[in-house]
Design a protein around this ligand. Structure first.
Ligand code: CO
Length: 210
């Protein structure tokens, strides 16, 4: 068996087991998708949204990219966000970073990595905003971990800056925004911040004609 064929075999097993446990499982999912959560996480293979939160298919709408970024020119992220908020009406949006993130690590170096430079530039900006605090940390791992946390906070703020979120807050008083960070070393998620619907941000970013 070729290595990738194992995936297909495991899929058959999973489908059979799931069906055996709950004969209506797939039928119910086909009829309706109504997840309460949008997850914006890192593409890192060690941070699978469903598995680490004990959730099932149908429970979380997921978007993943390198270093869980919310970039306001990213058509992919914005499409996912708009659909999640305006069609699925998710109640919570979670930005989940993780300690030891390779994307964040790379952004702290001066190495050119090709096209990914353009993506990491956004993290370099977060570093620059908090340069004093980060550079004061002696230990290299701790320094990266702090930028991981600050990056999550910045991405939550980036969500709040979008007209999609501001419009939803005004019309539906939802969704709430959450910033979390996952520990690869212990499998635990640490909540960093919560931004309930309607939270005011810097006036500069608030639209008054939505
Ligand atoms: Co990562």
């Amino acid at each position: 068996m070729k290595p990738y064929e194992k995936l297909l075999q495991e899929n058959k097993n999973w489908a059979a087991e799931t069906q055996a446990k709950d004969p209506d499982f797939f039928k119910n999912l086909v009829n309706l998708q109504s997840p309460e959560y949008l997850w914006i996480g890192c593409s890192d293979s060690r941070v699978p949204a469903n598995q680490i939160t004990g959730t099932q298919p149908g429970e979380i709408f997921v978007h993943r990219n390198i270093a869980n970024m919310v970039v306001n020119t990213d058509l992919n992220l914005l499409s996912v966000l708009q659909y999640a908020v305006e069609v699925l009406h998710v109640k919570h949006i979670i930005v989940c970073g993780h300690y030891g993130c390779g994307g964040v690590q790379a952004a702290m170096t001066q190495k050119s990595l090709g096209i990914i430079n353009k993506w990491l530039r956004n993290i370099k900006d977060v570093y620059r905003f908090h340069r004093e605090e980060i550079d004061a940390i002696k230990d290299e791992t701790k320094r990266t971990d702090r930028l991981v946390e600050l990056n999550v906070e910045e991405q939550v703020l980036n969500l709040a800056k979008t007209s999609i979120i501001q419009k939803a807050w005004k019309e539906n008083n939802a969704p709430d925004l959450h910033g979390w960070v996952y520990g690869l070393h212990n499998g635990l998620i640490k909540p960093l911040l919560e931004m309930p619907a309607g939270t005011h941000i810097d006036k500069l970013y608030e639209f008054d004609n939505l």
